[in-house]
Design a protein around this ligand. Sequence first.
Ligand SMILES: NC(=O)c1ccc[n+]([C@@H]2O[C@H](COP(=O)([O-])OP(=O)(O)OC[C@H]3O[C@@H](n4cnc5c(N)ncnc54)[C@H](O)[C@@H]3O)[C@@H](O)[C@H]2O)c1
Length: 206
Amino acid sequence: MSEMAAWSELFDFRGKVAVVTGGAAGIGEGIARRLAAQNASVVVADVDEAKGRATSQAIASLGPGRPLFVRTDVSDPAAARELVATTVHERGRLDLLVNNAGIFPFAPALDVTPELWDRVININLRGTFFLTQAAARQMKAQGSGGSVVNIASVDAMHPTGQLSPYDASKGGVRMLTRSLAVELAPLGIRVMRSLRARSRRRAPPR
Ligand SMILES: NC(=O)c1ccc[n+]([C@@H]2O[C@H](COP(=O)([O-])OP(=O)(O)OC[C@H]3O[C@@H](n4cnc5c(N)ncnc54)[C@H](O)[C@@H]3O)[C@@H](O)[C@H]2O)c1
């Protein structure tokens, strides 16, 4: 068996339903594509309706799962509950949540406004919590456990400047992941995080 075939067998998501926030573009789109190729039914959740629909259509040919797009602003807890309800209504269950949606606006700390602070924290940290809460309630009701993957950042440990609200939000995501992992484990729900290294983001020249 080739290495690729073995890998595909190990990660077979047939019959599983996965929600990927920020799944319309970037890293989230890559995750959505990979999950679809591994036979998951992928729900692309994003504020960008045009890109979200396009991604959902594009991944339909990758596997047997029927992808779905749900327009969602993860900073709104009511929209998070609606996303889970729509997922269950349309696809019957929820097995995996990938909290990937995030923003990273560069601003010197001395220029950060309360509005910018709230926007970053509400999307990156509050959004991760309330969508996980809604998903975990559904996974508990299903009785078969589930998984939550939070996309954090190396910036949560190694800040490089001009990203103070972002770094605080990702530091929060790191600890929130540990906190929820402890609390949700008895329900069979695994909560993990991925630390992405910064690749193409650079602080603008000053
Ligand atoms: N790009 C990097 O180098 C890097 C490094 C470390 C961590 N990360 C993290 O990875 C994740 C994805 O980053 P990316 O580079 O792919 O970003 P990106 O900007 O390319 O894509 C982000 C996606 O999230 C969506 N989005 C933004 N706000 C949203 C909201 N309120 N509700 C729902 N969807 C929303 C956008 O429409 C977009 O489709 C983020 O959490 C980011 O912090 C990225």
